[in-house]
Design a protein around this ligand. Sequence first.
Ligand code: BDR
Ligand code: CA
Length: 328
Amino acid sequence: MCGKKDVPNDMSRAEEAEMKVIIDTDPGQDDAAAIMLALGSPEIELLGVTAVAGNVPLSLTERNARYVCELSGRTDVRVFAGADGPLKGDTVTAEHAHGKTGLDGPEIFEPSLTLQCTSAIDFIVETLMEEPVESVTICAIGPLTNIALALKKQPEIGRRIKRIVLMGGGYFAQGNVTPSAEFNIYADPEAATIVFACEAPIVMMPLDVTHKILTTKERMDRLAAIGNNASEALVKMLTFYGRHTSAKYGGDGGPLHDPTTVAWLLCPDLFNGRMCNVEIETQSPLTRGATVVDWWGVTKRRKNALVVQNADAEGFFKLLTERVANLI
Ligand code: BDR
Ligand code: CA
């Protein structure tokens, strides 16, 4: 379980991998950490990275996804662009937290890794229809628009997806963009409704757990000590991001949200939670985007998600550090 693995050379990468994964993302410094964790983990065959508008507009999230892969020495990864706004209403972005580029912190170079011509939605649908049933996991770490559009386009993919591990929502911790809503869900509550209603098993990483995974100085020092390109850039990113969030919440460092999804795939024993029903509020102007979690089982509604509540934060950072060390 969670043993140290060396990165295989490109020839054997796909053969060694145990999990086929698509990362749907809006990078975002914490998204970058999630992508790096996947790229540094030989258990994962990253089929593609699909970008969605979120923290910053789509033109930046797709560029940032390409930058992170190239920075990590992985110009072989295919990056696709998807939705440039939510299913309904205005696009919500989060430059206040992530900076103008979405990845403020390091100097960002223009990647030579080019964007795929196929849309992210078509890529998701085609991949799930072509790959064996229940062989592909989706890590969804931005607004859920791309996944919802793929499910609308080809509903059959719902039963073909092995699992959706998503970062979003909050129950005990409530919200981070409104008092009751977390950013990824708030940015597209209609999409979240579609995703939580689909047939695929869902693992939900809410603020309840990510607020316990803090980028403390000591943990950042350990990441910096790796001294490769990826770790140097990541530490700059997370230092920028942590400055904003530690000022907001208090504490040593800020919460690290998105890489918990990839960490759960690699090492589920680092986390615990319970199966619950989760529904999304879309109507109330006061609580739009809230995740209504039936934590105490007071309804008979379908338990549609494993809602994670706690994590071994030290174990998580050990894993992240070990895997980023596998990059260039
Ligand atoms: C989520 O919102 C984004 O700003 C982060 O990248 C993360 O996915 C946290 O609420
Ligand atoms: Ca994100």
